[in-house]
Design a protein around this ligand. Structure first.
Ligand code: IMP
Length: 429
């Protein structure tokens, strides 16, 4: 099957935007299957930079773009994003954009609860994006969510609102907050409903038809495997499954839909928000990586934590997500380092282990075991073939492949779409 699934193999922000943009230009359909507007994808096309949070990246190239049921959708954020992109000349309408009608909504009460909890948690906070993602997913599995399809039936929503409000008013009382205003929420929903409804549809059916027509489908993952609610650094994770397996449940296609799984991997490691990060560098080297890599969040503008490449977590992510090949990004950020370190294992309680354990305290306690390589003084920025790379840079990439037990499908050497060394075309498989 000529489908491709793109996932982040670290803690998100691996540079998925550029790769997805390139693949989207060759796909017939682009689908988001998890997460929400906590994601931030930056696409650079020619002289124009597009910042996407919720919309699938295909939208910029006019490719049919669908939001699957696995996403949590803030309709007001969606409207703002569409308005912003339309201002940049991107045309978005029901012909090139659709939303699954069984997609749960993020409501203002979710955003508020996200902030209240984070503020109350103090030092123990998750460091969420504050978008209401977690509370919205909780309501989905708690069977209290208002979904896109409900916007067409607001007059029958009372029993659902009873369940939702009973739950949230109890929580809010614990934060000394007044009860929710039902009339106000209904009015907000009434106002936004027509905007959302024009895009609402059974996405699973649209995908079934696309499959029948032999379409190339690109599944665009958000965040990264280490932020997966099951497989990540729990509880410092997002609230969705970010692994490739979510393609099936989050879009309504069968488990074979994923096709070629492309894991996006940064040539070093970053993380935003709290939680374990074994190779984090809280020194001048970490600062330098951050400065060179422009490591500030697209969504929250927070400074990202930076560290050396951690082969242990990437090997783990590739296994858990069934990664077919990786796209290595931001190699040029490492230009000019005299020596470069790669984490090959962890030391825990006097033993060497080759995986990240599940327990949070153990994750916080592991110490990286490094091997050191000579760096390169030449620039790799803009390289488009192996021949243009310094020998040491090639050696670094080959060592990464060996350690993560997964082949490199492409190497990205600048934000520009064409500055890429393509080893294996995921759509050609
Ligand atoms: P939430 O998804 O807003 O609930 O945030 C939970 C955790 O996931 C926090 O550590 C966030 O910083 C992180 N996170 C969420 N979305 C992204 C992303 O797109 N890139 C990187 N980190 C993210």
């Amino acid at each position: 099957m000529a489908n491709v699934t793109v996932i982040g193999a670290q803690w998100g922000d691996e540079g998925k935007g550029k790769i997805v943009d390139w693949l989207a230009s060759r796909a017939n359909v682009v689908v988001r299957f998890q997460g929400g507007h906590n994601a931030g994808h930056t696409l650079v096309v020619g002289d124009t930079t597009y910042k996407l949070s919720l919309l699938p990246s295909g939208i910029v190239t006019g490719t049919l773009s669908l939001i699957g049921n696995g996403v949590v959708l803030d309709p007001w954020a969606l409207r703002d994003e569409i308005t912003r992109l339309e201002g940049q000349g991107v045309s978005i309408g029901p012909d090139n954009f659709g939303i699954a009608d069984n997609c749960p909504l993020i409501l203002p009460l979710h955003r508020e609860l996200d902030s209240l909890r984070e503020a109350a948690a103090g030092k123990g906070k998750i460091g969420t994006t504050g978008r209401g993602i977690g509370p919205a997913y909780e309501d989905k599995v708690g069977r209290r969510a208002i979904r896109v399809c409900d916007l067409a039936h607001l007059e029958t929503l009372d029993p659902q609102l009873d369940r939702l409000f009973a739950h949230h008013d109890a929580l809010r009382a614990g934060f000394d907050q007044p009860p929710l205003d039902r009339a106000e929420l209904l009015e907000q929903l009434r106002q936004i409903a027509p905007f959302v409804q024009q895009f609402a549809q059974p996405v699973w059916k649209r995908l079934r038809d696309a499959k029948r027509d032999g379409a190339r489908i690109l599944f665009e993952g958000a965040q990264g495997v280490l932020l997966d609610v099951d497989h990540g650094t729990y509880p410092f994770v997002t609230s969705s499954n970010t692994v490739s397996g979510t393609v099936a449940s989050g879009s309504g296609m069968g488990p074979n839909a994923a096709g070629f799984v492309l894991g996006i991997v940064k040539a070093y490691t970053t993380r935003v928000g709290s939680g374990p990060f074994p190779t984090e560098l809280e020194d001048e080297t970490g600062e330098l990586l951050g400065r060179r890599g422009h490591e500030f969040g697209t969504v929250t503008a927070r400074k990202r934590r930076c560290g050396w490449f951690d082969a242990v977590i990437v090997r783990q992510s590739c296994a858990i997500s069934g990664v077919t090949g990786i796209a290595l990004t931001k190699l040029d950020v490492l230009d000019g380092f005299e020596t470069i370190r790669i984490c090959t294992g962890y030391r825990l309680n006097g033993e060497i282990i080759d995986y990240l354990p599940s327990n949070a305290a153990a994750q916080a306690a592991v110490e990286p075991v490094y091997e050191e390589m000579a760096g390169w003084s030449e620039t790799t920025a803009g390289a488009r073939s192996w021949a243009e790379l310094p020998a040491q840079a090639v050696k670094y990439i080959r060592r990464i492949e060996e350690l993560i037990e997964c082949p490199v499908a492409s190497v990205s050497t600048s934000p520009e779409r064409d500055d890429t060394i393509l080893v294996r075309d995921p759509f050609a498989d």
